[in-house]
Ligand binder design. Structure first.
Ligand SMILES: O=c1ccn([C@@H]2O[C@H](COP(=O)(O)O)[C@@H](O)[C@H]2O)c(=O)[nH]1
Length: 281
């Protein structure tokens, strides 16, 4: 099925149904952790990620390359090639560029072109700290997904996200969820990032945003609880939908040996099945 004319949200709806998966595999290729056969190769990051994609594609609802792992290695061309490969070979699987952009409108326009035209991503992560005019330029790209940081998975996220910011004492992350649901999402392009490390907050956000898709990092290497996450983020009448639950390092580095792809596939399927089971229990 070619889904290039579908919106990000439509792509998600069909991939949740066709793949029966809420797993998002993240590409965070750390040169120091690549299996030996990829070390020192000019396109080692691309080749490693391609093997992981081919090994896990039938277990996922989305792929999420992390921009920093490519940019730090002067490997943006490999990121471009990877996303091109994913879109050609797996057009039904949405690709999220995780670059967490945030800047004034004129610069945000350039970041939006970078994500959607240079890289051809279906969605991009953005930081809402600079307000709606820093998010609007991404929404000018019809059908593309704009995934706004809300309650991040890291411990330091509480430093700012827990601050009470409204007269009735709403913390910042719930205020972001409220703005996203009530003011920013007229076009239906917005999703939110909520960490699996904070299931109570996932449930609070879900109560505010209805059926809005949630990108949930934090299972696997960060130790988030799969059952608690799925129960907190589920859409009651549509089990198996509503979430892209990301795992990067636990899948990428399941083995550092020649069996790395097979090991990644095994972890991806075990994770997909655990997510599926939790959604129907
Ligand atoms: O709150 C956030 C937002 C983004 N991330 C990103 O997700 C992956 C997590 O990787 P793991 O190896 O599965 O821990 C990574 O790319 C982060 O940049 C996040 O972890 N938390």
């Amino acid at each position: 099925m070619n889904s290039s004319s579908n919106t990000f949200t439509q792509q998600l709806q069909s991939v949740w149904a066709s793949q029966g998966s809420m797993l998002c595999v993240g590409f965070d290729p750390d040169p120091k952790r690549l299996p030996a056969i990829f070390q020192g190769r000019p396109e080692g990051l691309f080749e490693f990620c391609r093997e992981i994609a081919d090994a896990t594609a039938d277990a996922v609802c989305s792929f999420k390359p992390q921009f920093a792992y490519f940019a730090s290695q002067r490997a943006e061309a490999q990121l471009e090639k990877l996303i091109g490969y994913l879109k050609d070979k797996y057009p039904h699987i949405p690709v999220i560029l995780d670059s967490k952009r945030g800047d004034i409108g004129s610069t945000a326009q350039q970041y939006a072109l970078e994500a959607f035209e240079r890289y051809g991503a279906d969605a991009v992560t953005v930081n809402p700290y600079m307000g709606f005019d820093s998010i609007e330029p991404y929404l000018a790209h019809p059908g593309k997904g704009v995934i706004v940081l809300c309650r991040t998975s890291n411990p330091g996220g509480s430093d700012l996200q827990f601050l009470k910011v409204t007269p009735d004492g709403q913390p910042l992350y719930l205020h972001v969820a409220t703005l996203a649901a009530q003011q920013w999402n007229a076009s239906g392009q917005i999703s939110l990032v909520v960490g699996a490390t904070f299931p109570e907050e996932i449930a609070q956000v879900r109560a505010i945003v209805g059926e809005m898709p949630l990108l949930i990092p934090g299972i696997g290497a960060q130790g988030g609880d799969i059952n608690a996450t799925v129960k907190a983020g589920c859409i009651t009448h549509q089990p198996g939908t509503g979430m892209m639950i990301n795992s990067s390092r636990a899948i990428l580095y399941a083995s550092a040996g020649p069996d790395f792809a097979e090991a990644a596939r095994k972890v991806a399927f075990t994770t997909r099945d655990a997510l599926g089971l939790a959604s129907v229990e």
